[in-house]
Design a protein. Structure first.
Length: 299
């Protein structure tokens, strides 16, 4: 089993001359689903859940500091004095702001009287990244945090959350853009796991990975091929496990941020795995190693 070196700061690595292992060629995706179909159906489902629209309804939600996943608004209303400062505040808290035309709003609201604005209420209160990391390290000597790099299917995200919480993972990080948030569908698929499982939503995923590194985490990216075999790595210490999107896997920028890419060995004719299944296998291996070490110590 390959043993990893201790995590040190990026500045220390440069001084010690430790080789940079971030630069890698693009790797195959975790699954081979048709991205356009998955993205379109997932986006439609997300938009239809927890939707409010109309000036008075959305304004009331903004004024009460209700957490919103996304706001669709016309350019004219965006800069209206009633909304502009509230929209900016919501954006700083992680709400995605999309400027759209009236036709798009009519599609989202299925012909409802939207008055130029609609919003999706978040059924979950996100945590700040720094708070998530702090609590993870306080609650476990070897914390594990899952990072979802662009999961667009709420069923996949819900399944990942359910498995991660069941195995004892300390939390999840998701990007604000080009990914599903915590919707009602995600909550339903997670079957209660979100009641005790913290999720942080970040604007810049690469920056979040660097923040994890500075906090002592080793970042492993899961890929269908080209990485070290999962069972050959010693997966101990503080770990950040990155799961790629359904269609394209890990982005090139995310790959560069990873300390090591890992692959699950497959011997059948199916070339890759569903994102939630792959994450379950990888997380099980992480905890299997820890359980095994604990058992040996007890003996």
């Amino acid at each position: 089993m390959t043993e990893k070196p201790r995590r040190v700061s990026s500045s220390s690595r440069r001084k010690s001359g430790q080789p940079n292992i971030h630069k890698r060629k693009p790797s195959p995706p975790i699954i081979t689903a048709k991205t356009s179909t998955v993205t379109q159906s997932a986006a439609t489902e997300e938009e239809n859940n927890d939707l409010i629209y109309g000036c008075h309804s959305v304004l009331a939600a903004l004024e009460s500091n209700r957490q919103l996943n996304r706001i669709w608004i016309t350019a004219k209303l965006h800069y209206d004095s009633r909304f502009h400062s509230l929209i900016q505040t919501a954006k700083s808290k992680g709400t995605v702001i999309d400027e759209v035309n009236l036709q798009r709003l009519s599609q989202i609201t299925h012909g409802g009287n939207h008055q130029g604005i609609a919003a999706q209420i978040a059924p979950y209160i996100y945590q700040e990244l720094e708070d998530l990391i702090k609590k993870a390290k306080a609650n476990n000597d070897e914390p594990v945090i899952v990072i979802a790099d662009g999961i667009v299917d709420p069923h996949n995200l819900g399944a990942i959350i359910r498995t991660a919480e069941a195995l004892g993972t300390q939390g999840l990080i998701i990007p604000q853009r080009r990914a599903t948030g915590i919707t009602s569908t995600v909550t339903k698929v997670a079957t209660g796991a979100l009641e005790s499982f913290p999720v942080a939503r970040v604007v810049n995923l690469s920056r979040a990975l660097e923040t994890l590194k500075e906090a002592g985490f080793w970042i492993y990216g899961l890929t269908a091929g080209g990485g070290k075999l999962l069972h050959d790595m010693e997966l101990r210490g503080a770990i950040g496990l990155v799961i790629g999107s359904e269609g394209s896997g890990l982005s090139l920028l995310t790959q560069k941020c990873c300390d090591q890419l890992l692959s699950i060995p497959l011997t059948g004719k199916t070339p890759s795995l569903n994102a939630s299944v792959a994450s379950a296998i990888a997380l099980y291996e992480v905890y299997r190693q820890r359980w095994s070490d604990k058992l040996h110590l007890e003996i």
